[in-house]
Structure formats: C-alpha cells, structure tokens
Design a protein around this ligand. Structure first.
Ligand code: THU
Length: 142
C-alpha cells in the first residue's frame, strides 16, 4: 500500500481543490466539483468542472487538474483529492469512468484518491479499486 498522506499535505491538496471548486462553471448541472493532484516533487495542480451549452463538451474537474499538470510538464500523480456534493449529503463524488482512466495514466495502482465533500474527507479509494484490471501505458510496451 502507498503511505498515508501526511495531514498537512492532505490539507494543502484539499485547499487547492476547494479554491478550484470556487471557479467551477456548472450552470447546467449546478454540481460544482474541484480536484487537485500531487506530483512526486510536491507540486499541486488543481482544476474545476467546466460545463458547456453543448453538454457533452463539458469537462470534469479531474480532467482540468490533470490537464494543468501535463501542461506544466509533470507526468506522475502520487495522490489526488476530489471535492463534490453538498455538506453532509453523504454521497461520494467518485471520479467518472473517463476520469478514472485519466488518473490511471499517471498514477500507480495504489495511488490514493481522496473523495471529499465540502466539509472534508469521506472516503479514500485507490486507483486500482476505482478501475480494476485496467488498460494502461504498459499494455502498449509489449
Ligand atoms: N463531475 C466532475 O467534474 N467530476 C466528478 O468526479 C463527477 C462529475 C462533473 C461533471 C459535470 O460538470 C457535473 O459534475 C455533473 O455531472
């Protein structure tokens, strides 16, 4: 298993996702999401969901965060935070199928995804739990 994320590091990731969520553009669903990813050198990249009047063109928060990370030249994710839903609603804002695959591209199977509500952590799931028996870059190495 991966090491538990230090509380101070989790707090920084959570704060980055929280700030990104403030800028979510979700006029159609009203469902605001923020995400943040941590790279091995300690950099944090955040993103929000950005919807579109042509609904399928909307982008998830995780995709925004991973896009920012890749644009900065970073290629590895060692932890992620996703914040969605309303305070105390008890729901899990788990990444959608497409975003599970996006995370998997840059993360290890035991990389932890911290699934949060606005009030804080609700559940931790690994990338392998979110996307078992996944297809990834190694499949193309053979
Ligand atoms: N959404 C995310 O950004 N991330 C998730 O993990 C789940 C869903 C967005 C997509 C859409 O803008 C809104 O939430 C409702 O589905």
């Amino acid at each position: 298993m991966s090491q538990p994320l230090e509380p101070a590091l989790f707090d920084r990731l959570f704060a980055a996702a929280e700030a990104a969520r403030e800028n979510a553009y979700a006029p159609y669903s009203g469902f605001r999401v923020g995400a943040a990813v941590l790279t091995p050198d300690g950099r944090i990249f955040a993103g929000a969901n950005i919807e579109n009047a042509a609904y399928p063109q909307g982008q998830c928060a995780e995709a925004s965060a991973i896009g920012a990370m890749g644009t900065a030249g970073a290629r590895r994710i060692v932890a992620a935070v996703v914040i969605g839903g309303e305070e105390g609603d008890g729901m899990l804002c788990t990444p959608c199928g497409g975003c599970r695959q996006r995370l998997r591209e840059f993360a290890a199977p035991d990389t932890r995804v911290h699934i949060c509500g606005p009030e804080g952590l609700r559940r931790i799931m690994t990338v392998e739990e979110l996307l078992p028996a996944s297809f990834g870059p190694e499949n193309l190495d053979a």
